[in-house]
Design a protein around this ligand. Structure first.
Ligand code: SAH
Length: 401
């Protein structure tokens, strides 16, 4: 670290440095030696030097005394300041991966902890960047982030979509605002030749779910000639990719009227509207209705929003996944395939599979797991931080018992 930089220390209790040394980036409030360094001495977003009980510096972190995760490490060791040039470096390293993975500039450019900056997400839609800050530490660095993005990518525009529910845990308000340039009208995402128009200002989350792209690529060869049900379709990522891959008939279902209208518009845009229909409905109601009408599909996609938003909701979430999967299996036709997901980071993979298996037995069906699915590689997993391994999925074949 250069001479000029001096940050206050945050002392950890004896032994509480072990998890950080093993690779994690978070400090929980109960791990801090508050007698030596009271958390109340810090403002949300302040930078500190994390120091072990013996007085050795571990790295730089930003602090939020109001959050259970009271500090997140942004730099291991003490050689780099937490500033624009570190952000530039991290964004360049992140960009290197995405440029190797994709042939068009549509991807998650930066995935928080996994790319070395906790709390920062950047999604790239060509020359438009959608940014999310989920912590006070990133909120404080918004200008530096925008400068760093400008330096690395010179985008036409960047917008902060700071409306994620998780911000409440950091005491942050919900808003969105332009950081660079202007955005007029929707932007385009290309996925394997299919174009999606996305409204990044009004859309859900950052506007597009890049995390499913690798799974859509993987399953594309299975769609030819098949009847497909895309539940929780949002803009039709799964359904339209399925139709483009040769599905005979696709039904997309979402509770959002905007999403359903966008599926129709995107189907027209890609010349697929003769084989794609979009329905606005509650997924559970719609599946029950299909079951009563004895409608069946060759491939059923279940890609719901997170049912477990907080750890304390794990049991009800687990039950909701189980009910959903049971309904999904009931509308699977003979030798049907079920591609089913959970994006709840609190929900263990094994628990999702257990729910599928229990659901199958309840219906007197047999399930074969053909693939275990996870988030696309532009959402890399940090091996020390299980929360970054959030998207769990299974491709299952559903058979009679
Ligand atoms: N499958 C999408 C992403 C789905 S995000 C993709 O690949 O891009 C979850 C979607 O579920 C959102 O569009 C949301 O509007 C929808 N949704 C949430 N609750 C719902 C419900 N009860 N019934 C139907 N859709 C629901």
């Amino acid at each position: 670290m250069t001479e000029s930089i001096e940050y206050p220390p945050l002392f950890l209790k004896p032994g509480e440095d072990a998890r950080l040394r093993a690779g994690h980036l978070w400090v929980f409030a109960n791990e801090v030696d508050v007698k030596r360094t009271p958390l109340t001495d810090f403002q949300p977003g302040d930078t500190c030097v994390l120091v072990d009980a013996k007085g050795k510096g571990i790295g730089l972190a930003y602090v939020n005394p109001a959050s259970l995760i009271c500090a997140r490490m942004v730099s291991r060791g003490l050689n780099h300041d937490w500033d624009r040039s570190l952000l530039v470096h991290r964004i360049k390293v992140a960009l290197g991966l995405r440029e190797r993975l994709f042939d068009t500039p549509h991807y998650r450019l930066f995935f928080g902890e996994s790319d070395g900056v906790p709390g920062l997400t950047l999604d790239r839609f060509g020359d438009v960047i959608v940014a999310q800050a989920t912590t006070a530490g990133i909120e404080r660095m918004k200008d530096e982030v925008a400068d760093a993005v400008q330096k690395v990518l010179k985008p036409a525009a960047m917008i902060w979509k700071n409306d994620a529910g998780i911000r409440e845990l950091e005491g942050l308000p919900s808003y969105s605002e332009l950081a660079l340039g202007e955005i007029d009208g929707p932007v385009s995402v290309m996925e394997s030749g299919v174009e999606f128009r996305v409204d990044v200002r009004e859309g859900q989350k950052t506007g597009w779910f890049y995390d499913q792209r690798a799974n859509r690529d993987l399953l594309a060869p299975l769609f030819r000639g098949k009847r497909v049900l895309d539940m929780f379709s949002y803009l039709g990522g799964w359904g339209l990719r399925g139709a483009a891959a040769g599905a005979s008939d696709v039904v997309c279902v979402d509770a959002s009227a905007d999403a359903v209208a966008a599926v129709d518009a995107n189907a027209v845009l890609n010349g697929l509207s003769d084989r794609v229909s979009a329905v606005r409905a509650d997924a559970f109601d719609f599946l029950r209705q299909l079951r009563e009408q004895r409608e069946h599909f060759d491939i059923v996609i279940l890609d719901p929003p997170a049912f477990v938003k907080r750890k304390k909701n794990l049991r009800e979430g687990r039950d909701a996944y189980r009910r959903l999967n049971e309904l999904g299996m009931q509308v699977c036709g003979k030798d049907g395939l079920l591609a089913t997901f959970s994006c709840s980071y609190h929900m263990p993979r094994a628990m999702l599979l257990d729910g599928i298996q229990r659901g199958a037995r309840h219906l007197d069906r047999q399930v074969q797991v053909l693939s275990q699915l996870q988030q696309s590689p532009d959402h890399p997993v940090h091996p020390a931080i299980p929360e970054t391994d959030y998207l769990k999925g299974f491709l299952c074949r559903v058979l009679p018992a």
